[in-house]
Design a protein around this ligand. Sequence first.
Ligand code: PYC
Length: 310
Amino acid sequence: MIVEVVDSHTGGEPTRVVISGGPDLGTGPLDDRRERFRNDHDSFRRSIVNEPRGSGVLVGALLCPPVNPSAATGVIFFNNVGYLGMCGHGTIGLVVTLAHLGRVAPGDHRIETPVGDVTGTLLDSGEVCIENVASYRHARDVEVELESGELVRGDVAWGGNWFFLVDEPQQELTPANVDSLAARAAQIRRGLEQAGITGANGAEIDHIELIGPPLQEENDGRNFVLCPGGEYDRSPCGTGTSAKIACLYEDGHLAEGDTWRQESTVGSVFSAGVRTHDGEIIPTVQGSAYVTGEARLVLDPADPFVAGLG
Ligand code: PYC
């Protein structure tokens, strides 16, 4: 079986868009189709993003026919351990990939995801600005106890995925510190699980976002985001930036029309903002992506690792 993919990176974080050869998930809402993907085709997910064809840091994007024909596409994002609600860096990568394939031109493109519609605007500059799903803070200043007994406080917020956002002024959020940052974020995640702290309706908080001061004075903040599978986001994390934007707006630290420049751990930057609609906070996140490859992946049934490792 041959699967055609286009790879890109957004601020250093890779996205692999499946162009053909993916499972037929039928029709209906994208969240139903994500459940079909999870229940009936999970080996496809593992084949595409896990070793030996991928790596732990890769996010996959399965194109699906949209429910509303006016949308450019539907998409289901997935990673080394499961499925995402939305993915900001992935949506920027997706729009640049569709432009690379000649399927979209500069302008607004509606994209359906399992957690709602987003808009990806391809700018004349080649940058992409996404208007994300409505984002919000679910719980403020929540205390969580780590195995060491240390108490850490943070906010639970939704930006298309669930985040626990913690101010981390103690250590620089740089590549030199990723091992200790990942260990700390993993401890926080375990602490949340043990305490039964969740997002709305008991949803698992599967992304931990440590936030510190920027290293470049033109920027406003820097983050380290631990993703569900244990890798950190090389980009500033579009959904994590959206969660942060929602908290900033709710705290009165960001108004409509303001720009928040979010640095990632590797130094890439997203420019973010907010607009409100019917009382909801709609974040915008702008960044660049670059196509890195086009490939025909071979899924040979005789290959003992056809479904990937892990
Ligand atoms: O950019 O939203 C994002 C994201 C989520 C996980 C990895 N990147």
